[in-house]
Design a protein around this ligand. Structure first.
Ligand SMILES: [Zn+2]
Length: 225
């Protein structure tokens, strides 16, 4: 995984071109945001080591398989001392509660690992603030780095080709809309994330966008918001 330094606190890791995970630098090591799809664990650990730290905790924006797919492998390699933090509603879907996986779109892996923390609005993970952004998935969250207002928005937006709300089809990356659970909520969440006035937008699929206000406004307008 070839890491790109987005800020001094943030590395973007890229797998098969379109799938991103992130290492957020904290005083005790890294918070890994998302894990890509399965069998990415070794490469994620190695990339963190080469960047000069260890993975201390794993936080998910949502439970889809291209974000949660390497959670179990990472847990096996790193042990239980590494915290796993998962948005509450997506954790329930991942746990297979009430046959939930059949009711929501997108691929959901079967995880052995149990979350240590169920994420809720306003929680802090080191420098990151948890921002609920349901729509793409029921429990989807974004993370705002309070040091520099970098927004890690998961699949609330994609930036392949251009910034797009994941309620909207985009020919360069059609998968996000197909996996989106509630399009109206996705647009509401996109507006809420835009209102945070992020300095940089990074997402699960596509490159980082600096000064993202105008492209986010355009995307929201195209999505009918
Ligand atoms: Zn997704």
């Amino acid at each position: 995984m070839n890491p790109t330094a987005v800020t001094q606190n943030l590395l973007q890791l890229n797998r098969v071109r379109f799938v991103n995970a992130f290492l957020v630098r904290e005083p005790d090591g890294f918070t890994l945001i998302d894990t890509t799809f399965q069998r990415g664990g070794d490469a994620l650990i190695e990339t963190a080591q080469r960047a000069g730290g260890s993975i201390r905790r794993i936080a998910l924006t949502h439970g889809h398989t291209d974000h949660a797919g390497s959670v179990d492998q990472l847990r096996q390699r790193l042990g239980d001392s590494v915290q796993l933090l998962v948005p509450e509603l997506d954790a329930r879907i991942l746990a297979g509660e009430n046959g939930a996986q059949a009711k929501v779109p997108g691929g959901w892996p079967r995880l052995q690992a149990k979350p240590d923390v169920l994420l809720a609005a306003g929680d802090r993970i080191g420098s990151l603030e948890v921002v609920p952004s349901p729509g793409h998935s029921p429990g989807h969250v974004a993370f705002l780095d309070t040091r520099d207002r970098t927004l890690i928005a998961g699949d609330a937006f994609t930036t392949v080709g251009r910034v797009t709300v994941s309620s909207q089809p985009h020919w360069r990356f059609p998968w996000a809309v197909l996996a989106t659970w509630d399009k109206r909520k996705a647009v509401e969440s996109a507006r809420a994330l835009r209102a945070l006035d992020p300095a940089i937008l990074v997402v699960g699929h596509g490159p980082p966008v600096r000064e993202p206000a105008a492209p986010m406004d355009d995307a929201i307008a195209r999505a009918g918001g």
